[in-house]
Design a protein around this ligand. Structure first.
Ligand code: GDP
Ligand code: IMO
Ligand code: MG
Length: 428
């Protein structure tokens, strides 16, 4: 039995796609358990770049099962576009399995995500406008439409009609928006249903059978700890549970079946969208990080906010997800820095805090306590052996393990699959 979760420890875009693709070499199955097409996971192999939104980052391996679990909110149009794009590049998509219990993102979800967020004015979250929040809202309000409903022509027609009455009412009365056309939407989604039908199944049974048969399963988190609906910087969060606990409900796998958790840690910090970010650098350092790292969003193209590594946040992620190993990514981006800083504590009104504050007001006012490290000023992107990393790099990594209390598992020094230093040999 071997089930490994890969989860983001910061505010997303840590390089989960790269780490999942690397570990997927050994996996039989890769599973997405939450989120939707708000995710943008990049996988680079031999200079070829693949941007994945709904498809698990195991898709490049022929024969690997790629499960989109029940906890994912699925935009069928985007999923099919991704499948077509993969097929056009010679990638076999036959291993995809879509949960019959996953909720379907419909056009009104995307529309309402956009108008709803803008209507918050200065309090807007800066969502990706992919309909994620509104789709989960419908699920929790028990009016959602699931993949099994989409597969049933009559049921889908009935539910869509009922929902459109509610949604068009809201659109017209709340947002002064013209109503959406039922017949047009029905026809469009009936088309998607037929194309997706061969991939739909009960992924819970499939996955549990595979686990019981001793297969190697990789769970791919989207978003990250600080965007978790309960544990992140609420309300500036996404609408699902990226932490490892999300696997239980999002894939239908009991917590006791999880063997290991890998937390992906970008060697510095970024955030897209609004909300507190204690180590943000609104200065030349931040600009340098953005330019050196080409920090612009995969999904929306927005410039990412940048700052120093916040080890307090990573320690918190370790606690919440039970992280066994850190996978440090984008360490090479720091190659050109004379000095590098790491936040190892927060001060609030002169007192050292021991927890991440729940109150956003407090979090916005904390003063990061920094430790400064000399840069290594050397290109590390060609290094494949931990022992060969410069001493200053190792000092920075060692301090990370001390402050977070988490062991090093993987160090990534470039986007490509082979630009990876493996330290822990027992992840699977
Ligand atoms: P994800 O959402 O966590 O999968 O991360 P994204 O794919 O949105 O953003 C991470 C970016 O960093 C992608 O462009 C990756 O190709 C790239 N990347 C991943 N690991 C490394 C690394 O170690 N070094 C460099 N330079 N780029 C990396
Ligand atoms: P990956 O998987 C970075 C952010 C959005 C916004 C907030 C809520 O690529 O790491 P949503 O559309 O989810 O309701 O937006 O969450 N966000 C992400 N930021 N990486 C992501 O995914 C994100 N998915 C959502 O920018 O602030
Ligand atoms: Mg991303």
């Amino acid at each position: 039995m071997s089930a490994v979760v890969v989860t983001g420890t910061q505010w997303g875009d840590e390089g989960k796609g790269k780490i999942v693709d690397y570990l997927a070499q050994q996996a039989d199955t890769v599973v997405r358990y939450q989120g939707g097409s708000n995710a943008g996971h990049t996988v680079s192999v031999k200079g070829e770049e693949y941007k994945l939104r709904l498809l698990p980052s195991g898709i490049l391996y022929k024969g690997t099962h790629c499960i989109v679990g029940n906890g994912v909110v699925v935009d069928p149009k985007i999923m099919l576009e991704e499948m077509d794009a993969m097929t056009a590049r010679g990638i076999d998509v036959a291993g995809i399995r879509l949960s019959n219990r996953a909720h379907v993102v419909l056009p009104y979800h995307c529309l309402m995500d956009g108008i709803g967020d803008e209507s918050r004015g200065k309090n807007k979250i800066g969502t990706t406008k992919r309909g994620i929040g509104p789709c989960y809202m419908d699920r929790d309000n028990r009016i959602g439409i699931r993949v099994c409903d989409l597969m049933d022509k009559d049921e889908f027609a009935k539910r869509l009609k009922e929902n459109l009455v509610i949604k068009n009412n809201e659109l017209e009365k709340l947002y002064n928006h013209e109503p959406l056309d039922y017949k047009e939407m029905l026809a469009e989604y009936e088309g998607y249903a037929e194309r997706l039908r061969p991939y739909v199944c009960d992924t819970i049974a499939l996955l549990n059978d595979e686990i019981n048969a001793g297969k190697k399963i990789l769970f791919e988190g989207a978003q990250a700890t600080m965007l978790d609906i309960d544990y992140g910087t609420y309300p500036y969060v996404t609408a699902s549970h990226p932490i490892s606990g999300g696997v239980g409900v999002g894939a239908g796998v009991a917590p006791k079946k999880i063997d290991k958790v890998v937390g992906v840690v970008k060697a510095y910090c970024t955030r897209v969208g609004e909300g507190p970010f204690p180590t943000e650098q609104l200065n030349a350092v931040g600009d340098k990080l953005r330019e050196a790292g080409h920090e612009y969003g995969t999904v929306t193209g927005r410039p990412r906010r940048t700052g120093w590594l916040d080890a307090c946040v990573v320690r918190y992620a370790g606690l919440l997800s039970g992280i066994d190993y850190m996978a440090i990514t984008r360490l090479d981006i720091l190659d050109g820095f004379d000095e590098i800083r790491m936040c190892t504590g927060y001060k609030y009104k002169g007192e050292l805090l021991h927890e991440i504050p729940a109150s956003l007001k407090v979090l916005a006012e904390v003063e990061p306590v920094y430790e400064t490290f000399p840069g290594w000023k050397q290109d590390i992107s060609g290094i494949r052996d931990y022992a060969e990393l410069p001493e200053n790099t190792k000092k920075y990594l060692k301090r990370m393990t001390e402050v977070t209390g988490i062991a090093l598992g993987i160090v990534s020094v470039g986007p490509n699959r082979d630009q990876t230093i493996i330290i822990a040999r027992d992840i699977f």
